[in-house]
Ligand binder design. Structure first.
Ligand code: XMP
Length: 517
């Protein structure tokens, strides 16, 4: 693998993704890794990430400098560039000046191996206070900016390189090409990481892990569990059985998509648990959002465990016990839980993937090394339908947290209709990829006066919450075209009984969260 050394902040994940986009498998490692540990991983290359610190700060994240002597091609980015300069006898100056944002850079000469083929003048994305004032001996300066004399350097003999800017962000016009020059030209790593290879490798891993035992998987209708199960099915066929809990809080057509489209494209064996009544009963009279979330999470586990117990009994009678549980854990979850940074509990999230860690099963996690966009690519490669592979995020507690007020069967019906109109219109307008998601919320405890035909109405408002986001941590409200909003509003007020008003949520996150509850 190519190791991406993490010096803090979110830079490392983005770099790891870009390396993979260049067709090279990457893994994130902490900066505390030793040269021996690096050598043991037998990396084909190393990228040192940026980070929020100054190399002069007390406690600034350091790197075992013996790593530079391993003979592994290494590239430093921003803070990683400065760490490399300092370790190898160059100079880093604490100028007190900050260079931040889009900056003009000028390539020196032909740019060397790292910047070969790049336009002499280009826009790069900078974010630094310190700067490399002198390159280490034996290093060639490859670029400069107005205020930074050494903005990139390289040493072909030792295969060590660095750039002050952030090639991993899209604002750096030729950033991806810098990474690709490093990976393919300098380090000589072929571009052979692609969905087909990932599938073949995972199928082998799953077979080796599972043997002839049976496997169980909870499907949510979302991308991750769908792709994880499809991979496991490809590996072990009908040793896998999937359980889908219909909690009645799904959107229109979702159950059918899982039961028909997904099953037809994968051939998995599926057991649906119809728990609609059970959930409605448990939610009766409840209006508090956190309480709703807890109840939905609890009931979900109950229904899953019931189905599980039946299947376990059945398998036991068959002589081939269920020993494994599939989970759709993704690489960012793995990295983030390893990072151990405690974040405040804003909402108690419930994931269908996040089933109880039932000790009776061993986990199969075929997506553990993958980013979301890779999971989608693999899903497509496996032949899953677009409605599932390209699905936007949808919360585990479903429509239950999009009804402000008590959840009832009638309200769910009403919200499903409004939601399906919104989805239809957004799809027709070609905006599915542009917006991150668009929760549709029913304010069940609010009524307002309206007029329809000749009569007075006293109905509920529907809130549209279209948002644009990269990762759901922050979001902005999406500026949907007015005529689209008009069409949605007309259709909802005409087609959905009980709704006489449509309003638009124009709050970013923060301060608003994406969901209303
Ligand atoms: P918030 O409302 O916290 O949502 O801004 C951030 C993202 O998470 C989704 N979401 C959930 N996803 N289980 C999930 O799997 C949950 O309990 C849950 N709650 C919110 C939300 O749709 C958005 O994409």
């Amino acid at each position: 693998p190519v190791l991406v050394v993490d010096f803090g902040a979110q830079y490392a994940q983005l770099i790891a993704r870009r390396v993979r986009e260049a067709g090279v498998y990457s893994e994130i490692v902490p900066h505390s890794i030793t040269a021996e540990e690096v050598a043991a991983k037998n990396p084909t290359g190393i990228v040192l990430s940026g980070g929020p610190s100054s190399v002069y700060e007390e406690g600034a994240p350091a790197l075992d400098s013996k790593i530079f002597d391993l003979g592994v091609p290494t590239m430093g980015i921003c803070y990683g560039f400065q760490v490399m300069a300092q370790s190898l006898g160059g100079e880093v100056a604490h100028s007190g000046l900050r260079e931040y944002g889009s900056t003009g850079a000028t390539i020196t000469g032909d740019g060397g191996t790292l910047l070969a083929g790049q336009p002499t003048d280009q826009t790069v994305w900078m974010s630094h206070g310190d700067q490399v004032s002198k390159a280490p001996e034996g290093f060639e300066v490859l670029a400069s900016t107005g205020s930074t004399a050494v903005a990139a350097f390289g040493n072909d003999e030792r295969k060590l390189y660095g750039v002050q800017w952030h090639p991993e962000v899209k604002h750096s016009a030729h950033g991806q090409a810098v990474l690709e020059n490093f990976l393919h030209r300098a380090a000589g790593i072929p571009a052979d990481w692609n969905p087909g290879n990932v599938i073949a490798e995972q199928v082998d891993n799953i077979r080796a892990q599972v043997g002839s035992a049976r496997v169980i998987c909870g499907l949510s209708g979302g991308v991750d569990s769908a792709v994880a199960a499809a991979l496991v099915h490809k590996a072990v066929g009908d040793q896998l059985v999937c359980v889908f809990v219909d909690h009645g809080l799904l959107r229109q057509d979702e159950r059918r998509q899982v039961e028909e489209d997904y099953v037809a494209s994968t051939g998995v064996r599926l057991v649906t648990v119809d728990a609609r009544e059970q959930f409605l009963t448990a939610l009766a009279g409840v209006t508090d959002p956190e309480q709703k979330r807890k109840i939905i999470g609890r009931e979900f586990i109950r229904s899953f465990e019931q189905a599980e117990a039946d299947l376990v009994r059945e398998a036991q009678a068959d002589g081939e016990p269920i020993r494994f549980l599939v989970q759709g854990t993704l690489y960012p979850d793995v990295v983030e839980s390893g990072g151990g940074t405690g974040t405040a509990n804003i909402k108690s999230h419930h994931n269908v993937g996040g089933l109880p860690e039932d000790l009776q099963f061993e986990l199969v996690e075929p997506l553990r090394t993958l980013f979301k966009d890779e999971v989608r690519a693999i899903g497509s490669e496996l032949g899953l339908p677009d409605v599932i592979v390209q699905r936007q995020p949808f919360p585990g507690p479903g429509l239950g947290i999009r009804i402000v007020g008590e959840v009832t069967a009638e309200r769910l019906e009403l919200l499903k209709k409004a939601d399906s109109i919104v989805r239809e219109e957004l799809t027709a307008a070609g905006l599915d990829r542009e917006i991150w998601q668009c929760p549709v919320v029913l304010l069940a405890d609010v009524r307002s006066v309206g007029v329809q035909g000749d009569g007075r109405t006293y109905g509920h408002p529907i809130v549209l919450r279209p948002v644009s986001s990269e990762d759901a941590m922050t979001a902005d409200w999406t500026r949907l075209p007015y005529d689209l909003l008009a069409r949605i509003s007309n259709r909802i007020t005409n087609e959905v009984d009980g709704v006489n008003r449509v309003v638009l949520d124009v709050t970013s996150k923060p301060p608003g969260t994406i969901e209303w509850e």
